[in-house]
Write a protein that binds this ligand. Structure first.
Ligand code: ADP
Length: 403
C-alpha cells in the first residue's frame, strides 16, 4: 500500500509519500506560508533526487493540499500515475488526550473528538483538523488515520501523570501529564530493540529526543512509564526556546514586577527562554557551539545547563526503572551533536554508561556509540516519525477496515 503522510501546522505542512511495500520513501515536501503572501511548495522526488519548487497563492489548507496532490501525480516530478494509488492517508495529530491510546481510522466521531481536544492543544490540533477536512474533501474515498503524539505515553501509571494540584483540576479540566514526541520515542525504541536483536518487552530503554523541542522517555518492557514533557510540550528539559521545568512561582513573581499578562508569560516561557534565553545568542546549537568555541561564556553555560538537565532525567529514569539497558539519542541535536552526547554521558561509568569517543564521532546515521565494556548500550538512531505514522496507518486500515 502507498501512504500519504500529512503533518499540518498553522501556516505550513509537511508531507511524504511512502510505498509500504518495502517501506520506501517516494516523495517528500513542504508547503510554507499557507494563507500568507508568498505561499510556496517545495517537492522532492526521492527516487531521482529531483527538486521542484512552485510559488503560487494558497489561501487555505485545502488549496495547499490540492497543490500537494497535483505535485505527487505530476507527469514530470510526480511519483504516482493516479491518486487512486494512495491506499490511505496518515495524519499527525498533536493531542489525543486520554481518549486516544492508539492511532485510529478517522470517522466523523473521531474527528469531533480531535476538535474537542483543541482546548488542550490550541496551536496544534486546529491545523490538523483543517488538514484532515481538506484531505477528506479532495480524497473522499481514501481512508484516513489519525496518529497521536500523545498516544504512546498513555501507558504511564498515575503516579507519573498526576500533578500535585487539587485533584479536581484533573477531573474537571483534564490537567495531567500527557507527554509528546510519542511517535518519535516509539520509533527509536522499536528500532533499538531491532538493532540489538532483542525484544522490547525484555528491555529498559531511555530515549532522548533532543531537537528544538526536547523530551526524554522511560520505556520498561515495551511500555512508557514516564516522560519529561507534561500537560504541554513546555515541561521537562531545557529546549531551544522553552524553559522546561522551573519553580512555577518565578513567573508570578516576574509578572507582578514587569506587569505581564498570562499570554505574555506564556510567550516568554515558550519563545524567549531555553538555551536562547540563557545565551542571548540563538536557539540553534550550531550557533551556540560556534560562540562557545570563541569563548562566549553564556553560550558555554547554556550548553552545560542543557546537558545537566538531560543527565538529570537519565538518572531519574534509571532510578524509576531500577536500571537501564539501552539509551537512545535522536532528533537534531541528539543525531548530530557528538560533543553534546559526550558531555551528557561523561562520567557515568558508575551507572554502567561508557561512550566510545571514536564511535561517538558520527552524525545522522544509526550507530552503536557505547564502548564494548559499557554495560548500557548507547545508540544513535535518526528518528523517522513519518515512517511510524505510515506503519500505524497501514495497521489501523487493516484492523478496522480489513484492507
Ligand atoms: P524540531 O523538529 O524540534 O524543530 P530538530 O529535531 O530538527 O527540531 O532539531 C533542530 C535542532 O537540531 C536545531 O535547532 C539545532 O540546534 C540542532 N542541530 C541540527 N544540526 C546540528 C548539528 N550539526 N550540530 C549541532 N546541532 C544541530
Amino acid at each position: 500500500m502507498k501512504v500519504l503522510v500529512i503533518n499540518c501546522g498553522s501556516s505550513s505542512l509537511k508531507y511524504q509519500v511512502l510505498d509500504m511495500n518495502g517501506e520506501k520513501l517516494m516523495a517528500k515536501g513542504l508547503v510554507e506560508r499557507i494563507g500568507i503572501d508568498g505561499s510556496v511548495i517545495t517537492h522532492t522526488k526521492v527516487i531521482t533526487g529531483e527538486k521542484w519548487k512552485n510559488e503560487t497563492p494558497m489561501e487555505t489548507h485545502k488549496e495547499a493540499i490540492a497543490q500537494v496532490l497535483s505535485a505527487i501525480v505530476d507527469p514530470d516530478h510526480g511519483v504516482i500515475d493516479d491518486m487512486s494509488e494512495i491506499g490511505a492517508v496518515g495524519h499527525r495529530v498533536a493531542h489525543g488526550g486520554e481518549k486516544y491510546k492508539h492511532s485510529l481510522v478517522i470517522t466523523p466521531k473521531v474527528l469531533e473528538g480531535i476538535e474537542e481536544l483543541s482546548a488542550l492543544a490550541p496551536l496544534h490540533n486546529p491545523p490538523a483538523v483543517l488538514g484532515i477536512r481538506a484531505c477528506q474533501e479532495l480524497m473522499p474515498d481514501t481512508p484516513m488515520v489519525a496518529v497521536f503524539d500523545t498516544a504512546y505515553h498513555q501507558t504511564m501509571p498515575p503516579e507519573s501523570y498526576i500533578y500535585a494540584l487539587p485533584y479536581e483540576y484533573y477531573t474537571k479540566y483534564h490537567v495531567r501529564r500527557y507527554g509528546f514526541h510519542g511517535t518519535s520515542h516509539k520509533y527509536v525504541a522499536h528500532r533499538a530493540a531491532e538493532i540489538l536483536g532483542l525484544k522490547e518487552e525484555d528491555l529498559k530503554i531511555i530515549t532522548c529526543h533532543l531537537g528544538n523541542g526536547a523530551s526524554v522517555t522511560a520505556i520498561k518492557n515495551g511500555r512508557v512509564i514516564d516522560t519529561s514533557m507534561g500537560f504541554t510540550p513546555l515541561e521537562g528539559l531545557v529546549m531551544g526556546t522553552r524553559c522546561g521545568d522551573i519553580d512555577p512561582s518565578i513567573m508570578t513573581y516576574i509578572a507582578d514586577r514587569e506587569h505581564l499578562s498570562s499570554a505574555e508569560i506564556n510567550e516568554i516561557m515558550n519563545k524567549k527562554s531555553g538555551v536562547l534565553g540563557i545565551s542571548g545568542i540563538s536557539s540553534d546549537f550550531r550557533d551556540l557551539e560556534e560562540a562557545a568555541k570563541d569563548g562566549n561564556e553564556r553560550a558555554q553555560l547554556a550548553m552545560r545547563i542543557f546537558a545537566h538537565r538531560v543527565r538529570f532525567f537519565i538518572g531519574a529514569y534509571i532510578a524509576e526503572m531500577n536500571g537501564v539497558d539501552v539509551i537512545v539519542f535522536t532528533a537534531g541535536v541528539g543525531e548530530n551533536d557528538f560533543g553534546m552526547r559526550d558531555i551528557i554521558c561523561d562520567n557515568l561509568d558508575n551507572l554502567g554508561i561508557h561512550l566510545d569517543l571514536i564511535r561517538n564521532n558520527v552524525r545522522g546515521k544509526e550507530a552503536l556509540i557505547s564502548a564494548d565494556d559499557s554495560k548500557v548500550k548507547v545508540l544513535l538512531i535518526p528518528t523517522n516519525e513519518e515512517l511510524m505514522i505510515a506503519r500505524d496507518t497501514v495497521w489501523r486500515v487493516s484492523v478496522e477496515l480489513g484492507k
